[in-house]
Structures are given as C-alpha cells and as structure tokens.
Write a protein that binds this ligand. Structure first.
Ligand SMILES: NC(=O)c1ccc[n+]([C@@H]2O[C@H](COP(=O)([O-])OP(=O)(O)OC[C@H]3O[C@@H](n4cnc5c(N)ncnc54)[C@H](O)[C@@H]3O)[C@@H](O)[C@H]2O)c1
Length: 359
C-alpha cells in the first residue's frame, strides 16, 4: 500500500482538523512539514501531537525542500490562487484546500484549469457529506423510499460563501452529481460583502437541474432557523422531496423522514453532534484521497470539478440577482466574473430587520 508524503500550510482551526485527518490515516499519509506565518501556532500544533514534522513560515521553501505528494492548505479565502500556483510549481500529485474554493469565478476557473492542465488531483473540503445524517438521507433516497426525487430545499443561517458553498455542493451530491441547467436568484444586504467570506447578507434562488429536479436555496440573514441562536453555524438543513415523501438531514447530526415505509409516521433521529463528528469527517475525507491517489478512477466525492460547478451556481445566483434574469449554465466567458466586486459597487443599500428577525 502506498504511503503519501504531506506538507500543509495553515495551522489554524481548520488546519488542525486537516492535520488530524492525515494522522488518523497514518498508514496512508506521512506528515513531513507544516507551515504557518504564525510560527508560534505552527510549533504549538506540532508539539501538541508529538509530530516529527519540520516547521516552516514560507510555503514555497517548504514545498521545495519536502517535495510532497500531497499539498494541503487551510487558509482564509483571500489565499487560494497563489497556493495553487505553488502546487503546480512543485508538481504535487494532490491538492487539498478549504471552501470557498475562491472569491470570484475568474479565480475559481483559473484554479480548476491549472489543476486539470497539470493533472493535480484536487479536492475541496465540503466534508459534511460524510456526516451520518447525510448518509441516512442518501440511503433513503437510493432505496427509493421517497419515490422519485423532485425537489431539494436547503437553508443555512450562515451566508453564501460560508455555508452556502457547502450546501450547494450537497444538492449536487444528493442529486447524483447531475448538473445545473439554469439558476434564478435574489440577493440583498451589503454588510457581509466586506467580510473575509464575501457574500450578500441574504441570497435565495432556484436551480434547475438537468434531470428535472429543482433546488430551492436560502442562505444568510432571512433563512429559516431550526435551532437555537448558539447553534448558528450548525443551523443548516437539506430536505429532499419525492413523489412518495420526504427526508431531511442537518449539520448537527439529525435527520427525519416521512415516506412510504414509515406507515404514516414522521420518523426523526438524533445522531452524534457536530462537535463529535467533525474530526471524523476529515478522516474519511483523507481516506478517500488515498484511494484516489492509488487509483485515478476512484474519484474523490469532493473533487474540484464538482466543486467548480457548485461555485458557478453560487456566482450565477448573484448574477441573476444583479441582472434580473435567468442565468443559464455553464457560465460563458462573456458573463461577469467577479460578482462580489460588482455587488459592492451596485447592490442597493438595504437596512437589516430588527434583531429578533436577524443575526
Ligand atoms: N470545511 C469546513 O467545515 C470549514 C469550517 C470552518 C472553516 N472553514 C474554512 O477554512 C478556512 C480556514 O479557516 P480557519 O478558521 O482555519 O482560519 P484561521 O485564520 O484560523 O487559520 C488560517 C491560518 O493560515 C495561516 N496563513 C494564512 N496565509 C498564510 C500563508 N501565506 N502562509 C502560511 N500560513 C498562512 C494563518 O496564519 C492562520 O494561522 C476558511 O476558508 C474557512 O472558510 C471550513
């Protein structure tokens, strides 16, 4: 069995989770080095794990010295393309990085094309599809218990570039990877366009998928809430409706279904909470990367091609909102490629509702 050498940039909150994902697959990955501009942080994560890894402050130097098979970077969204260019320069076999994959469609396209051209196996961390609640939803769908899938609804309390990117990816996953044909969208609220995960405060829309399934999405400040205020980041739900019932799952491990096998009853279940599951998810994510590296036909469920399509949908929601039109996919080169810059300039001001209705 091959063992792959890993070098990782970013030792923040998510960086630590990625690191533990590699370490939990110690038979498949060998973490050779970590890198962070914050050297104290980098030394702390290595020491806490008793890891015999080198510590760097410069990603380029780390990659030149280590020549890893796998390059993982877990940085805030402003650092993406420069790291992918380093992956190309140092000829890594696989690249793992965080959502959102970019902050503009032009950046997302450049990243995707670089990975394709240089045959880098790239995967983006939309890892909630490994949750047990998601696995339950998929098993109900695959067993045909809700009949023929017709509609998928998703809502997230957090905004488009935070949780929207995850849940758009999960729509594609739940619908068997079928692509979107068109998108219509609404967006308002400028405050979060200045966030390091730039987005309108609220985005909603409808996505027409190629197999006739429709998806309805809501992200941000007006989305329905299913949990308490303290659970803001977990307050996300995907519901799939079919001809004979429906099934839903959430980030916090719960799921529910009403279908032709439940004899008129609504069945719900609590799974392991997010805090317990989130580290395991990265373990599964890393394991699937090892399988993909072993055998190129075992494509990772978070591969860059499906991620890019999700990102295209995300930007198409904004483009539709700004131009009051249906946007057909794939987006064309003539479509505007930096929606958030355009929204900062042209989206009208829209004061938020009073606190009880907003966050
Ligand atoms: N997939 C998920 O479930 C999930 C959950 C939370 C956050 N995230 C995403 O993870 C990403 C990182 O979030 P975080 O909370 O870990 O951020 P963070 O700020 O805690 O960590 C980022 C680290 O990267 C380092 N860094 C930045 N630029 C660098 C460079 N050029 N060279 C070396 N080090 C550099 C910073 O010093 C910092 O320590 C974000 O894009 C966020 O959206 C994903």
């Amino acid at each position: 069995m091959n063992k792959y050498r890993v070098a990782q940039v970013g030792c923040g909150a998510r960086g630590e989770i990625h690191l533990d994902g590699w370490l939990k697959n110690g038979d498949r990955f060998d973490v050779k080095a970590v890198c962070d501009l914050d050297q104290e942080k980098a030394h702390r994560v290595v020491k806490a794990r008793n890891l015999p890894a080198k510590v760097y402050a410069d990603a380029d130097k780390m990659l030149a010295d280590i020549k890893p098979d796998v390059f993982c970077f877990s940085t805030l969204p402003n650092v993406r393309l420069s790291m992918v260019e380093l992956a190309v320069k140092h000829q890594v076999k696989a690249l793992v990085f965080e959502k959102p994959m970019a902050t503009s469609l032009s950046e997302a396209l450049k990243i995707t094309e670089l990975c394709r051209r240089h045959k880098i196996l790239a995967a983006v961390s939309h890892q909630q599809k490994y949750l047990t609640s998601f696995a339950k939803l998929k098993s109900v769908l695959d067993a045909g218990e809700i009949g023929k899938l017709q509609r998928i609804d998703v809502s997230c309390q957090a905004w488009l570039a935070q949780l929207g990117t995850h849940y758009i990816d999960y729509i594609l996953w739940a619908n068997g990877g079928k692509r979107a044909k068109w998108v219509v969208g609404h967006a308002h609220g400028k405050e979060l366009l200045a966030n390091h995960h730039p987005s309108p405060n609220f985005t909603m829309g409808q996505i027409g998928l190629e197999n006739g399934v429709r998806a309805i999405v809501q992200f941000g400040k007006l989305s329905p809430s299913y949990m308490g205020k303290d659970d803001f980041w977990k307050d996300n739900r995907l519901t799939a409706y079919g001809t004979h019932g429906y099934v839903w799952c959430d980030t916090d491990g719960r799921w529910g279904t009403f279908n032709r096998t439940t004899h008129g009853e609504m069945i719900t279940a609590e799974g392991e909470r997010w805090e317990i599951q989130q580290r395991k998810l990265q373990e599964f994510f890393a394991k699937d990367l090892a399988h993909w590296l072993d055998d190129g036909a075992k494509v990772h469920p978070c591969n860059i091609d499906i991620t890019y399509h999700g990102y295209e949908i995300l930007e198409a929601l904004c483009l539709s909102a700004m131009e009051y039109r249906r946007v057909d996919l794939p987006l064309k080169q003539s479509d505007p490629y930096d929606m958030f810059a355009r929204m900062r300039k042209d989206l009208p001001e829209c004061p938020e509702l009073p606190p009880e209705n907003s966050r």
